[in-house]
Design a protein around this ligand. Structure first.
Ligand code: ATP
Length: 392
């Protein structure tokens, strides 16, 4: 794949160097001939909230399970704070895990569930009392200590599971789709809570999810995985605004893909109009571009007769669908070359755009991003393209 495996913000260091909280080096896991995790190298900074995102079966849970010590790698290394823990048993790793199922002890009350790890470590009794109460308060569970764990709502069970993990003050907390069983409203509340708690305790979180919004809302950085590797890694806004590949662009929200060709050093749409876009995210290797991506909310619609001054990044299209959603409306367009566009516009004025209207759609030069050529499209390299002065 042309642009797979981009990383920013921290390069992967060699064994023994640096102070990353977690470092995975060329981690691979094969299950009877099928490759679940494929030569994955990844580094998490201390105190970072890192989200591992991707579709079902891409290898997220297997990666988490290898880090937690529940699964043995086929090859590769795992470092925790610089120490090689690849073959260290799970219970000896300074790592805790919160699973989607919570896995609370049903015969114990809330207090004893949270105290469990501390008792095993023979922590002093009064210290256990103090720590458990402190963590019940942190999770908004003050007064719930005596409640049997079987008499809790899903959200409360999840908080107990978190308190039980955090009270041990692990170096790293792994969270495997921990909100999967919660309804949408509680999930939103828990997202805000979880981010607050993570900042407060300063523990490195690795959060596995297939929910794009959740990964963007929670992660200081995120990695988008596909088929055992990641295709892009970085701050959510960078990955959303400048995705490395078409897969990432489409997985992380909606995306219009505009076919472009090279004409005398300039990128042109099929109707001949000029496109200026950011040169994508693979600076160090020859950039292949055959299409330009633009997010639906980054496009503006101009009714027939409106003055449009920009010379580039504009096209004429016909309105085929309008969906009114209260705060915004969604528009579908057909372009002059038979392509389709999806535009989202806030309902902030009394625009009178109707089905069948021919409008002009525009977008800013920083809002378009080059994407690698699909294998069936002729490739254009960055060396061939004359960039506009204003485009970075
Ligand atoms: P999901 O979001 O559905 O949980 P995931 O991204 O977490 O998916 P994994 O559970 O890591 O994906 O699975 C990655 C691949 O490895 C899948 O093809 C899966 O079928 C396979 N796999 C996982 N565990 C095993 C196992 N114990 N034995 C055989 N194959 C497995």
């Amino acid at each position: 794949m042309a642009a797979a495996h981009r990383e920013e913000g921290s390069s992967v260091r060699k064994s023994g160097e640096g102070a990353a909280a977690v470092r995975l080096e060329h981690l691979t896991k094969e299950f009877e001939g099928s490759l679940a995790v494929d030569d994955l190298s990844l580094e998490l900074a201390a105190g970072e909230f890192f989200a591992l995102l991707g579709p079902s079966g891409c290898g997220k849970t297997t990666t988490l399970r290898m880090l937690g010590g529940f699964e043995k790698p086929t090859s590769g290394k795992i470092y925790l704070g610089g120490e090689d823990i690849t073959w260290t048993p799970s219970y000896k790793r300074d790592i805790n895990t919160v699973f989607q199922s919570y896995a609370l002890f049903p015969h114990l009350n809330v207090f004893e569930n949270v105290a469990f790890g501390l008792r095993r470590k023979n922590v002093d009794k009064s210290e256990i009392g103090r720590l458990v109460e402190e963590h019940l308060e942190l999770l908004g569970l003050s007064g719930f200590g005596r409640r049997p764990s079987t008499q809790l709502s899903g959200g409360q069970q999840q908080r107990v599971a978190l308190a039980r993990a955090l009270v041990n003050r692990p170096r790293v907390l792994l969270l495997d789709e921990p909100m999967g069983a919660l309804d949408a409203k509680i999930r939103k509340t828990m997202q805000v809570e979880l981010k607050r708690i993570q900042r407060e305790v300063g523990i490195t979180f690795l959060y596995v999810t297939h929910d794009q919004d959740e990964a963007m809302a929670l992660g200081d950085r995120l990695a988008v995985m596909r088929a055992g590797r990641y295709e892009d890694l970085g701050a959510p806004q960078r990955v959303y605004d400048q995705p490395a590949t078409q897969f990432v662009a489409e997985f992380l929200g909606a995306c219009n893909l505009l076919p472009v060709t090279l004409d005398h050093g300039e990128l042109r749409l099929p109707d001949g109009s000029l496109v200026v876009a950011r040169p994508g995210t693979m600076e160090s290797t020859p950039q292949l571009v055959a299409q330009v991506g633009v997010r639906p909310e980054k496009m503006s619609i101009h009714a027939e007769g409106d003055e449009v001054v920009s010379r580039s990044n504009r096209l004429v299209a016909t309105v085929t669908t309008i969906t009114y959603l209260g705060a915004s409306s969604e528009y579908e367009f057909e372009t002059a070359w038979g392509g389709h566009l999806h535009v989202v516009a806030q309902n902030i004025d009394d625009r009178h755009i109707r089905l069948g209207d021919r409008v002009t759609v525009t977008w800013g030069e920083t809002h378009g991003f080059w994407l690698p050529a699909p294998s069936d499209v002729a490739e254009v390299t960055s060396a061939d393209v004359i960039m506009d002065d204003e485009a970075p």
